[in-house]
Design a protein around this ligand. Structure first.
Ligand code: FAD
Ligand code: FO1
Length: 457
């Protein structure tokens, strides 16, 4: 396995060894769809330079992905068009192959006599399945780089952590080693053999057979450049009030970085490095970094080590027990998926949160907790509630289909990474949230009004 000066070897895992051949290096880009601050790309370039070979990047565009609709696919494709341009300026071609990875990747490796395959890390089962299928069909070495987490997932912890309390010290003691500045991507010194035409991204967007009933989003623009602009705005205008503002959905106090982090247009490590450099006082930074480093990387830990992350079986035992004990409790209201999806409950606050997600593609973080917990309260069973929450989250959220989403729903409904609270009907010991609780924290009427005015635009 190539040990490179640039990338900490702790970030690299050998998925499969293979015969040493003499062709170019390929980075199969999937989770971290960016040119800058991308450890997988930097590692692949180091290997190619060591061998005096060209470097290419391949994105495998699959026809469907975990209930993603046109909303997410079009955001992603525009981001990839941006990546193609910036890679070209570094003498690195980006290819986009449509189809399943176990077909397109081995085909590309054969066609271009690729000698090493590098890819980025993703704990989701669908990605592990893709990589296992590809590994069975290729003969070259296949390496994986965690370009998403600051502390590589398998380094941070060797098992599932049940709370932030046990995970936080494991991360903090490795930050000195892994929270480093990024080297610059070099202009690649070895030319890819033949000129290639740009990918017809617009044509791809038009011909994708995805559900177009969920509208595109225009208030946030995809790509690395816009991600940097959103980060700049957050650092200069919002970070200093983040700790209080983040729990008030009537205030635009969140960073709006999640779509960029989800599609990898922005590195979380870059965000942290910029936050640390900013002159804002420490406790404002602390609460943001707790979310961005600890909570986010804890989500990867959960999905990496618990294969039941997308089912109620992934809930901790205490939560499964208490939810079972209260399974027969009288539900004051029961709604179907269709009623939830069309924001047709009795609760105007819940309906506003659902409407914000459908209209904007990004529900406020505080409302996501209330939204999911009410689905538990008004569903026939906890299992049905979990599947409803994940389905709606992944269909409408721009940042959906992400470890944070599975954990967000499982925390709200199944007590993942939370502790037991005092018992009540339906919830048992799962933490409860109420309309009156929201009223005591923020101006509910103003939030509802704000969301309804979104619709009229
Ligand atoms: P900010 O408050 O600015 O936070 C910055 C970053 O910190 C976020 O982008 C995210 O990477 C991280 N972060 C913040 N809060 C959390 C958290 N609770 N858990 C993990 N990481 C966090 N996040 C997603 O990325 N995708 C989802 O599909 C998703 N679904 C959720 C569903 C439910 C029911 C709940 C309770 C939470 C969910 N979250 C999800 C977590 C969180 O709500 C979002 O990450 C956040 O609202 C994104 O907006 P932001 O980037 O402006 O957040
Ligand atoms: N990753 C890919 O490698 N190929 C795809 O075609 C693809 C589509 C896609 C659509 C929506 C979405 O939210 C994510 C998508 N991803 C795709 C995965 C994404 O890059 C992230 O890696 C994971 O979703 C986050 O873990």
């Amino acid at each position: 396995m190539g040990i490179t000066a640039v990338v900490n070897p702790g970030r690299v895992r050998l998925l499969k060894d293979g015969a040493r051949t003499d062709g170019p290096v390929l980075y199969w880009m999937s989770r971290d769809q960016r040119t800058h601050d991308n450890w997988a790309l930097l590692y692949a370039q180091e290997l190619a330079i060591e061998r005096g070979k060209p470097l290419a990047v391949l994105f495998c565009l699959v026809p469907s992905f975990l209930d993603a609709t046109a909303r997410q696919y079009i955001f992603m494709l525009k981001g990839l068009e941006d990546v193609e341009r910036s890679l070209l300026s570094k003498n690195i071609p980006l290819f986009c192959a449509v189809g399943m990875p176990e077909e397109t990747i081995p085909h590309f490796i054969m066609e271009h006599n690729i000698s090493i395959l590098v890819t980025d890390f993703d704990p989701l089962k669908i990605k592990r399945e893709w990589k296992n299928a590809v590994a069975k069909r290729i003969g070259v070495p296949f390496q994986e780089v965690d370009a998403h987490n600051i502390v590589p997932c398998w380094v941070a912890s060797e098992r599932q952590d049940f709370a932030a309390r046990t995970f936080r010290p494991k991360i903090n003691r490795r930050l000195t080693e892994f929270l480093t500045e990024f080297p610059k991507l070099k202009k690649h010194p070895h030319q890819w053999k033949k000129k290639r035409k740009q990918t017809a991204w617009g044509h791809l967007a038009k011909t994708l057979a995805v559900d177009r009933a969920v509208s595109e989003i225009d208030w946030i623009k995809p790509g690395e450049g816009d991600a940097r602009r959103v980060l700049r705005t957050f650092l200069t205008k919002k970070l200093e009030d983040y700790d209080t503002a983040r729990n008030d959905p009537t205030v635009d106090g969140q960073s709006h970085l999640s779509p960029y982090l989800h599609f990898g247009h922005m590195s979380a490590q870059r965000v942290v490095l910029e936050v640390i450099k900013s002159t804002i006082n420490q406790e404002q930074k602390t609460s943001f970094l707790e979310e961005l480093i600890i909570r986010r990387e804890l989500s990867d830990n959960f999905c990496f080590y618990n294969d039941a992350y997308d089912t109620p079986e992934g809930f901790p035992t205490w939560a499964r027990t208490t939810l079972f004990e209260h399974a027969r409790d009288e539900r004051e209201y029961i709604y179907s998926l269709e009623q939830f999806e069309s924001a047709a409950t009795h609760d105007p606050l819940w309906n506003a949160a659902q409407t914000e997600m459908v209209t904007k593609g990004k529900m406020h973080g505080y409302m996501r907790m209330y939204w999911a917990k009410k689905i538990l309260e008004w569903s026939k069973t906890p299992g049905e509630a979990f599947y409803t929450a994940v389905y709606l989250n992944d269909r409408y959220e721009l940042d959906g289909r992400d470890p944070n989403g599975y954990v967000g729903c499982a925390w709200s409904i199944g007590g993942v990474h939370d502790r037991a609270w005092f018992q009540r009907p339906v919830f048992g010991k799962i933490r409860y949230m109420s309309y009156s609780g929201c009223k005591s924290k923020f101006d509910v009427a103003a939030y509802i009004h704000q969301v309804n005015s979104l619709q009229r635009r």
